[in-house]
Ligand binder design. Structure first.
Ligand code: GLN
Length: 451
């Protein structure tokens, strides 16, 4: 723990941690030593972790990287973090993210962008670690923790994992409790770990999973022993390659990475099958309607009365307006406006209901494909990490980054990103495995085979 506390302090220029909690870390480490001495070690005993600042931590400032939460100090702990502490993990601090997890580059954070520890060969340009879990991915990649919590509404675990050469898994919707995790789009939000290895990710996810009476969408089913799937043979598994993911303009290098992944799985004894997910091209537009719609509703609670920032106006309405004008950043305001628009009378059927229908079709496409195969293999993102600032002024270019990841959230399925080598500039690339609902186990076996 001390070595990690020192490493975190030495790596401040990366801006991965927005709050360091060294005293708490050392106290928790001492408590875990005491438990171990009594023979009561948990599965994560003494493991120093970073926590995305979207998870409420009792007595420790939680901001979602938004000015509107200001100095919000929760009086309660999220279910997921309490389960990690129950199993002996140690908290090093709170990690940077895009404001309210809206973004793909960590540049919408009120605390400034996170810097990817990777550099392209022969260049010193600062790169994005991806987003929204940019702090989590950077902290893991730069050895500033053993693992980190993250969340994924439309790729925010998997794309940052791909950009930093780490492993990230978004489990099936309902596998983990959302209680105490600041809400973005409740029907898509799901937490999961970013870790250095597939086995570490399995150990962390096991601890994070489970039913919680405080989240009615968390599933009341047994949590499998995820680590026992790592190293299992994948011989005979059928792997689908969705042809619609060969999008126009996909860089040759990403295409090559995919071919490489296919070859690796063939060598491991898998059977490769081409499948079709015909509604894939509607996934991004549907996501960018459903997610802002839910966000506009969830973010209505930040009114200057209940949490964090308050900017007083002449009357109540003006106080709301001034607080929200000052507290939210540009991207969050854009989402609230889009969301309010698509939910308003006259546009509700044209946009929101239409998007829900597309969402159903996308889920049906996956159901069809999973009649024939055990899992799917795709690239995680259409490029390697890009330069900070490169897409910052072009929201549509930024949204296009999520093309391979949002489908999984719309369908509620588990998806995992595995490091799969480097591009010609020496930057990490990731492959994505998509599983049947509740079949994270197969993803851990396949991830182990690709690692
Ligand atoms: N990049 C996507 C967005 O901006 C996904 C974010 C996420 O998964 N939290 O909405």
């Amino acid at each position: 723990t001390q070595a990690h506390v020192d490493a975190v302090a030495a790596a401040r220029p990366l801006n991965a941690y927005i709050l360091e909690t060294p005293e708490k870390a050392l106290d928790m480490a001492a408590a875990s030593d005491a438990r171990r001495a009594k023979g009561e070690a948990g599965a994560l005993d003494g493991a120093p972790l970073g926590i995305k600042d979207l998870f409420c931590t009792e007595g420790v400032r939680t901001t979602a990287c938004s000015n509107i939460l200001g100095n919000f100090i929760p009086t309660y702990e999220s279910t997921i973090t309490s389960q990690l502490w129950r199993d002996g993990a140690v908290m090093l601090g709170k990690l940077n993210l895009d404001e309210f997890a809206m973004g793909s580059s960590n540049e919408t954070s009120a605390f400034g962008p996170v810097v990817n520890p990777w550099r392209a060969e022969g260049s010193n340009a600062k790169l994005t670690p991806g987003g929204s879990s940019g702090g989590s991915a950077t902290a893991v990649a730069a050895d500033l923790c053993l693992g980190a919590t993250a969340t994924d509404t439309g790729g925010s675990i998997r794309q940052p994992a791909a950009f930093t050469g780490t492993v990230g898994i978004k489990p099936t919707y309902g596998r983990c409790s959302r209680w105490g995790v600041v809400a973005f789009a409740s029907s898509l939000d799901q937490a999961g770990p970013i870790a250095k290895t597939v086995e570490d990710a399995a150990i962390l996810l096991k601890s994070m999973s489970g039913h919680d009476a405080k989240d009615s969408t968390s599933l009341d089913i047994e949590v499998p022993d995820f680590p026992s799937f790592v190293g299992k043979s994948v011989k005979g598994l059928r792997i689908g390659i969705p042809k619609e993911y060969r999008v126009d303009g996909m860089p040759a290098e990403i295409e090559k990475l995919w071919e490489q992944g296919i070859a690796w799985l063939k060598d491991a004894g898998c059977e490769i099958v081409e499948v079709s997910l015909p509604h894939t091209k509607y996934a991004l537009p549907a996501y960018y309607i459903v997610a802002p719609a839910e966000a506009s509703s969830n973010l209505a609670r930040y009114d200057g009365m209940r949490y964090g920032l308050r900017v007083d106006g002449a009357n109540l309405t003006e106080t709301y307006e001034k607080t929200r004008a000052a507290g939210f950043g540009t991207e969050v305001k854009r989402r609230i406006m889009i969301g309010t628009y698509v939910l308003s009378a006259g546009y509700y059927d044209a946009y929101y209901v239409k998007a829900l229908k597309v969402r159903r079709r996308i889920a049906d496409d996956f159901d069809q494909a999973f009649q024939k195969v055990d899992a799917l293999l795709t690239p995680t993102a259409p490029s390697a990490a890009f330069a900070l600032g490169e897409n910052a002024d072009d929201p549509v270019a930024m949204y296009l980054n999520d093309i391979f990841t949002v489908t999984v959230n719309l369908a509620g399925l588990p998806g995992m990103s595995i490091p799969a080598g480097l591009d010609h500039k020496g930057l990490p690339l990731g492959l994505q495995l998509i599983g049947k609902a509740l079949d994270e186990g197969t993803l851990f076996s396949l991830g182990g085979a690709l690692e």
